[in-house]
Design a binder for this molecule. Sequence first.
Ligand SMILES: Nc1ncnc2c1ncn2[C@@H]1O[C@H](COP(=O)(O)OP(=O)(O)OP(=O)(O)O)[C@@H](O)[C@H]1O
Length: 285
Amino acid sequence: MPTSEETALSTPAAQYVPGHASAGGIAARARGLTKAYGSGETTVLALDSVDVDIARGRFTAVMGPSGSGKSTLMHCLAGLDNVSAGQVWLGDTEITGLREKELTRLRRDRIGFMFQSFNLIPTLNALENITLPMDIAGKKPDEKWLDQVIDTLGLRDRLKHRPSQLSGGQQQRVACARALASRPELIFADEPTGNLDSRAGLEVLGFLREAVDQLGQTVVMVTHDPGAAAHSDLVLFLADGRIVDEMERPTAEAVLERMKRFDSLRGPSDGDGSAASADVNLDKD
Ligand SMILES: Nc1ncnc2c1ncn2[C@@H]1O[C@H](COP(=O)(O)OP(=O)(O)OP(=O)(O)O)[C@@H](O)[C@H]1O
């Protein structure tokens, strides 16, 4: 059963909304966001009436036990998955209810994506990969911005290389540049360091941080790694499809301690990586 505090976090907006947007405005917003998979007795409630504001110009991390709904939240906020109930906005545009064609255009024009697998086209060189989404959209890149992105990511001397000629870290930097190239309103990164060694992972996190601090971008990153989350401005913690806590200016140690409290709620027979019990203790500092 949810605690009273958890219930308070998932009830309608005006009271308390995790991620509470700053003066910079709101890049994405969800109210009552609910996502169920399957039907009847096999229904899985992946998101349970989530209210969240993603602040513009900030780096937000999403953490939580396996199966808590992190990827589902990202997919619903990005219009990659339809919702069962509730509303989602990208900026001022409500995306719930948009037709697939409109969603495709919106994703292409306004959102950048980074995934664990870099999703680069092997036959294209780095520069062609970076500009591919814009080429498909028939848009000319803003050359000054593109130069800035390429230099910030240290890719200037790698532009003619194909993905197979680049290290994992360099490939992820290309994926990062591709996400940034069209100067999207929002970048979603799903475990962007998951396939990298720790040095390359740190580098990519540093670049995402720079994208926020120096280029004014907005980043939402799903991660399992407390060290990665420590690069963000704000961590949202999910459990059983609900946002149950948040942490401003996180440190790896503090995030790890918070995550341990999810683990300690699992029974001995519950070691299969499924979500923690809903009875998460919410003693916010
Ligand atoms: N396509 C699907 N069909 C059925 N159930 C799904 C589907 N996608 C996700 N789920 C279920 O929804 C819940 C949330 O999944 P989700 O992938 O969002 O969690 P997560 O926190 O990202 O997990 P992980 O950290 O393991 O990637 C889980 O119980 C999962 O089994």
